[in-house]
Design a protein around this ligand. Sequence first.
Ligand SMILES: Cc1cc2nc3c(=O)[nH]c(=O)nc-3n(C[C@H](O)[C@H](O)[C@H](O)COP(=O)(O)OP(=O)(O)OC[C@H]3O[C@@H](n4cnc5c(N)ncnc54)[C@H](O)[C@@H]3O)c2cc1C
Ligand code: FES
Length: 286
Amino acid sequence: MNGENKCINQTNPYLPEAARIVRTYPLTEDVKYFQVRLVDMEKAISFKYSPGQFAMISVLGAGEAPFSISSTPSRPSLLEFCIRKAGTVTNAIFKLKENDHIGIRGPYGNGFPIESMHGKDIIIVMGGLGAAPLRSVLLYCLDNRDLFGRVALLHGAKRPAEMIFREEFFALKERKDLECYLTVDADDTGKWKENIGVVTTLFPQLKDINPSKTFAIVCGPPVMYKFVLKELIKLNIPKNQILMTLERRMKCGVGKCGHCAIDYIYTCIDGPVFTYWDVIHMKELI
Ligand SMILES: Cc1cc2nc3c(=O)[nH]c(=O)nc-3n(C[C@H](O)[C@H](O)[C@H](O)COP(=O)(O)OP(=O)(O)OC[C@H]3O[C@@H](n4cnc5c(N)ncnc54)[C@H](O)[C@@H]3O)c2cc1C
Ligand code: FES
């Protein structure tokens, strides 16, 4: 579906393009926001991607790793990422400051089937760092509000300080054209005014769902899927309209090395977005 979202480097797909960090700040204790722009302006403009796609980010001397694009293609030229400190590459990225350079190649992966979602109601369920890829599709729906029916967001974090883009989501609660429900597993501040409980405790807020007209999108920690999927099935949303993004270790990002294989599927080119229908037919489940 993303035939036009071609990798920016057509001659050598492994060659990263230089990008400058325009803005960076901490989102939580171990997650940082990065806004970057490709140095070559022509390439910055021609970097076309879909919500749900990812890019390989590299740091000289440290290596490269895949990261979801958190920005929306409806706001072009600048790319946004939320990166959690995990190991070698992410530690190196965390040391970088505004105006420092990174390498970017991509965009990769299938992304969400946006055109099939036109005219449909959208339920977005995100937990923890799952907000990184799903913020892209959420902002896309809001920027193209007439193309979609109802849009509902259920967002959960462990504690208030761990909710990434917390202020942005609070601001979105003011919108009349978005149902925005936020929750934390536990409030250690005494100031949290929203729901307390795991993300599935938000499902009773969703009233009068028209299942055949609804797409549900899920991304979060592995433990979340089982419980969220159960709720979505209870709502009778068809399995081919439940979408989720899966993470696997990746090296090449372009379907050559086999690092990301699940059965006969390469997560980097066949995914990272899969339907629930796809996933129940894979031997190695999430
Ligand atoms: C399609 C895709 C999108 C992603 N989007 C994001 C994103 O938006 N933000 C973000 O912070 N991270 C994202 N990740 C995960 C990110 O790529 C890894 O955290 C990164 O590779 C870690 O690299 P590192 O060199 O810092 O850690 P390493 O030194 O390679 O590893 C540190 C530790 O993390 C484990 N680990 C590394 N990668 C993974 C993985 N993919 N799954 C499970 N365990 C892993 C290792 O086993 C090790 O224990 C995404 C991964 C994929 C496949
Ligand atoms: S990462 Fe190399 S085949 Fe998918």
